[in-house]
Design a protein around this ligand. Sequence first.
Ligand SMILES: [Zn+2]
Length: 230
Amino acid sequence: MPYWILIIGFLSFSSLSESESPVRFTKDDLLGKFEANAHPDFSKVPDRFASHSGHYLRTEVVDSLVKMCKHAARDGVSLEVVSAYRSYYRQKTIWNNKYNRFSGSSQEKVAQILEYSSMPGTSRHHWGTDFDLNTVEPSYFDTPQGKAMYEWLVKHAADYGFFQPYQAFNNWRDDGYFEEKWHWSFRPTAEKIRLAYQYSITYDDISGFLGSELAESFDVIERYVRCIEL
Ligand SMILES: [Zn+2]
């Protein structure tokens, strides 16, 4: 076979495979079992838009977030990331601390923690697409400052690809976490990750923390991950 046929064949194969290869997420990507500062797809949130240095998100999410924060600042609204990527191991510490602090049966403890906190391995904070802005204190959103910030986000966040996954319960969402006005998500990447999660993760993967044996009976994958329609 002449060389030029081989070369053309190789070029068309490589360009095809590159353009058509889907973005791949490993199980560790989906479960937060990695360090974000060593992950090639992650970048640091600039310090001036963060409560402290060292918050990481996927690079495209940081890019869009920075644009949104600058626009908000021009409108007199200050946006600051207080929580971004959180690993499985960090979530496990948060979860186990709450589990040890709360009283009641293991069922009651898990139900209480799940009002606001995720089981390790099921948090959208593992994905690098989701972050909390300004505070995780619900009463802040009753203050004039909190109301102004939330109103600004409702009006403009979608222009930057962001949405609020945990809205007040309504006809489309009547289960799962309580409303979180501080928690925002980058829809284009989160949609891909949620689909990958749905196909790859089973209850065998949700393990290794206090009360994890209850994950399946609480139906956490359906109620807290899959049910967030984008
Ligand atoms: Zn959050």
